[in-house]
Each structure stands twice: as C-alpha cells, then as structure tokens.
Design a protein around this ligand. Sequence first.
Ligand SMILES: C[S@@+](CC[C@H](N)C(=O)[O-])C[C@H]1O[C@@H](n2cnc3c(N)ncnc32)[C@H](O)[C@@H]1O
Length: 291
Amino acid sequence: MTLKELYELTDNMLCAARVENHRFDTDCLFEDILGADRVTLMLNGGNEVPEPDADRLMEAAEKRCSGEPLQYILGTWEFYGRKFCVGEGVLIPRPDTEVLAEKVLEHFKSVGNYSPEICDLCSGTGCIAVTLKKEMPKATVHAVELSSEAMPYLIKNIRLNEADVKIIKGDVTDGRLLENFADPDDIGEYRKIDCIVSNPPYLTDKEMEELSREVKHEPELALRGGADGLKFYRTISCLWGEILKSGGLLAFEIGWEQGAAVKEILEKSGYKNVTVYKDYAGNDRVVTGIK
Ligand SMILES: C[S@@+](CC[C@H](N)C(=O)[O-])C[C@H]1O[C@@H](n2cnc3c(N)ncnc32)[C@H](O)[C@@H]1O
C-alpha cells in the first residue's frame, strides 16, 4: 500500500469511528509512527509503506477508533512547551492547566520572589510541578501524588525534564502528610511555605456518569471530586493552609461552573484577595487566594 493510500484508509477509519478532529489525529499518528508529515505525504505519497510499518499504524488507528485517547497512543504530550510521558493510569495534561501555572508564575514575579517553596498537590504527570521548577530554577518544589499508577509517570517526567522536584507519595486529605514539613527547630510546628498549588479531581458524581469515551480511559481517581466536586477544595484550603506562610498563595484549577463555590470556600477559610480567572475559552478555570 502506498503512503497516500494508507493515509486515506486511516483517516476514513477514524472518521467512520466518529473521532473528533480525525484529520489532526491521523496526522499525529503518521508523524509519530512513520515519521511522515504533510510535506512528506505530498512529496512521497506514491512510495510503498513497508508492511511492518503499515501494521503498526493500523494497530494504533484501531486503538484510536475504540476510543483510546490519542495522547496515550503517542505516549507523550506537550505542556507549557515541554514533553511529558503519559499513558493508562495518569491524567493527560490539559492546555487549561497552563493558566494555573501561569498565574503562579505571575504572582511570584509580581512579588519579586524567585526562590519560593511550592507544594503541588495531586501532581499526576507532574506537569505543574516540573513547569514551575523549570520556569523558576531557584524554587523548591514538592509534588504530592497518591496513585501508584501515576507515580512512574511522575518520576519519569521529572527525569525527562531534568527538574529537581521532590516527590511525596500520599493522600492529600491525610493530615499526617504535613509531617513532611515538620519544623526541625520547633517540635510540633510546621515549616511554612510560599505556595500551595493544585489541580485536584473536581468532577461531580453526575459529571462522572456523562464522560466522553476518551475521558473514560483516564483514571477515575484523577477525576472524581466527591458528590458536588468540591471535596478537595474544602480539605486542601483548610488542611494545607496550615503550612502556608501568611501572605502565601493558594492556587487551584477548578471546573468551569465552580468559580463562585470555590471562591466562597476560600473566603470562608479566611483567604484574602480571592480571585477567579478564566481560561483561553473564557470559562472560569483558576481561583487564587492569599493567606
Ligand atoms: C485532575 S488530576 C491532575 C493531575 C495533574 N496535576 C495535572 O494537572 O494534569 C488529579 C490527580 O490527583 C491524584 N489524586 C487523587 N486523589 C488524591 C489524593 N487523595 N491524594 C493525592 N493525590 C490524589 C490523582 O491520582 C491525579 O493524578
């Protein structure tokens, strides 16, 4: 089969399987598996594709047709201009989350602190923690994650990006994790840090029932945020606020309908200057507050 014939076959398969943006996905699979971009296709479309290559391409196309996310098939995805390994067991980094990283960076730039200590809760691939460390090399960054399935990706991505991020494995709703921040000079007290940032699971029970077939492939632990989706915001703002300096930043990613509710949670917990920011599509996406 020629390169052009294989391209048409793949794209038709994806289109028939109702893959949204099927042409984009076909392009990505061709580039990743055959190293063939649009230009190669135009110039060498009549070339025969070796059978093992065509088989690999077909195998990937079938996975995509069955609803497996493109990112899992490719094995890597980009976040804030850097590559992150992804696969079954870890949430795929979303462009909206870049807004959260951006707001944290803007904050520290505006206060002139280039070496803050930051804790990224519910770290997943580590896309937030790694980005903050790479953009602020003098920062001390901790990444907290519970999932044993996500952990290998977190480790791999820290290495891949050569970012000195410190990993803490555990449950962010368990107060014992704060012992990692015990003050060596003051028994029973915590060392205070500059920022808690988190993109926690925030889908409601109802939203969990209505997931697209792609999102259904992503881990439930990364998505489900309790009946009203707000469980992690309540716990984190209260529990982890204990290790936040006065004047420190709490920054959350939120679901697009959660702006008012999360703002209220932070204000009731005593945070000041609580602000809701929008994502690139104009939806509420980030809430920040100052302790
Ligand atoms: C929405 S994902 C965010 C992942 C990553 N920070 C990002 O922005 O792409 C939430 C992450 O929280 C982790 N998680 C869920 N419950 C947790 C808990 N109780 N303690 C720590 N991590 C948890 C999940 O495994 C998942 O990796």
